[in-house]
Design a protein around this ligand. Structure first.
Ligand code: S3P
Length: 443
């Protein structure tokens, strides 16, 4: 786990044209959900293409601790024998979710309406992150919650024995809050309703429907309203996990900024609640084509062909933030090579991710000669004809900060280093060999 491993400094150097095919791993959000819904269904769920990053492995271990049978059959191929809605048993030990905000928040939701007690912990990064955004609504279902000061981990939840249905408006755009409530709502009689001002990633809704739950989404004057009927019998399903657009963003970005590059990234999810980066890149003038659009595992996917070319700075509207929330670090690297300024609005949530991503990107870009301006909820990156490089960025246990600076180094004049690349294993364990396979000089 990243919190127990030694720091691993890494360096990326200016590279020749990147060429080839980037087979990026399975989607992290969908992988967590496949394991959790598999554990809550009756029967055997076969998962293919599961992301075997540490975050997801920690969720697999947690599902076993709650009583599901979880077995790895081969690379990315897993079998989960579920216990059914309300069937979780009390874990013997503490549930360690490592670095994963998605893991801990969704699992807390999944157990909060079952009368068992569990204690959750995580690494130094996860232990700094806000959890009250999830535990507050879970307490409204009737769960008893004890947290550290500020609502932080470790947290103990005594699940509600007679949970009450909930109608809840999320205070910030967050698929993790929405999903925690929906998973809790599974074991509650009656309707659980979540209202979001802006739509966030909808993998939970899609997958719950696929497993047989009665769930519907409407856009009303109140916002985006999701209604789930409680106590369904979830039926085990095969899940083919599509490739992760957030991981694809790193080789895509590298091809956009390294002169002469042309790469192919097959089978990437094009779910409209996740594609804000790709919308933005097209506005910047990026040469990206989407071939063979099709459906895989209930998600729209396409093969991406990406070529280097000139890019211009744009203003990213606040309404788009939720659909690219994990992509702002890499967008800020791409923006450093664009002509003019790129303004990212409505991004305050970046301050409570695996690190304060606005601060981590701004300090690291400045250390490499890039001018950045920040406010609490915006960041502006001033593009330049050539990026000096030569600096070391601090990654603060954040995989996306580490990968972003590795991409910066591939096109900067001087090498770019990070103090610790070990967190990359949480979401993209094959990042280094994959990038090297395209011709990138990093490691
Ligand atoms: C995720 C939701 C997002 C995202 C995270 C994965 C999910 O977090 O940043 O990487 O799988 O639901 P928030 O819900 O906190 O925005």
């Amino acid at each position: 786990m990243s919190h127990s491993s030694e720091p691993r400094p890494m360096t990326a150097r200016r590279s020749g044209p990147l060429r080839g095919t980037a087979q990026v791993p399975g989607d992290k959000s969908i992988s967590h959900r496949a394991l959790i819904l598999g554990a809550l269904s009756v029967g055997e769920t076969r998962i293919t293409g599961l992301l075997e990053g540490q975050d997801v492995l920690d969720t697999a271990k947690a599902m076993a601790a709650f009583g599901a049978q979880v077995e790895r059959l081969g690379e990315g191929e897993w079998r989960v024998h579920g216990v059914g809605v309300g069937g979780f048993s009390e874990p013997e030990g503490v549930i360690d979710c490592g670095n994963s905000g998605t893991g801990v928040r969704l699992i807390m939701g999944a157990m909060a309406t079952t009368p068992i007690t569990a204690t959750f912990t995580g690494d130094a990064s996860l232990s700094r992150r806000p959890m009250a955004r999830v535990t507050d609504p879970l307490a409204l279902f009737g769960a008893q919650i004890t947290a550290r000061e500020g609502g932080r981990l470790p947290i103990t939840i005594q699940g509600a024995a007679d949970p009450l249905p909930l109608r809840y408006r999320t205070p910030v755009a967050s698929a993790q809050i929405k999903s925690a409530i929906l998973l809790a709502g599974l074991n509650v009689p009656g309707e659980t309703v979540v209202i979001e001002a802006e739509p966030t990633r909808d993998h939970s809704e899609r997958m719950l429907a696929g497993f047989g739950a009665d769930i519907r989404t409407e856009t009303t004057a109140e916002g985006h309203v999701i209604t789930l009927q409680g106590r369904p019998e979830l039926r085990a399903q095969p899940v083919a996990v599509p490739r992760d657009p957030s991981s694809a963003a790193f080789p895509v970005a590298a091809a956009l900024v390294v002169p002469g590059s042309e790469i192919r990234v097959p089978g990437v999810s094009r779910n409209p609640t996740r594609d804000g980066l790709y919308v933005t890149l097209l506005e910047m003038g990026a040469d990206i084509t989407f071939e063979n659009p099709r459906e895989e595992g209930g998600e729209p996917v396409a093969d991406l062909v990406v070529r280097h070319g000139p890019l211009k700075g744009v203003t990213v509207p606040a309404e788009r933030a939720a659909s690219m929330i994990d992509e702002f670090p890499i967008l800020s690297v791409i923006a450093a090579f664009a002509e003019g300024a790129t303004v990212m609005n409505g991004v305050a949530e970046l301050r409570v991710k695996e690190s304060d991503r606005i601060d981590a990107m701004a300090r690291g870009l400045e250390a490499n000669g890039v001018r950045v301006e920040e406010t609490h909820d915006s960041m502006t990156v001033y593009g330049m004809a050539s990026v000096r490089g030569g600096g070391t960025a601090v990654t603060h246990l954040d995989h996306r900060i580490a990968m972003s600076f590795m991409v910066l180094g591939l096109a900067a004049d001087a090498p770019v280093s990070v103090d610790d690349g070990s967190p990359i294993a949480t979401s993209f364990p094959s990042f280094v060999p994959l990038m090297q396979g395209l011709g990138a000089d990093l490691g």
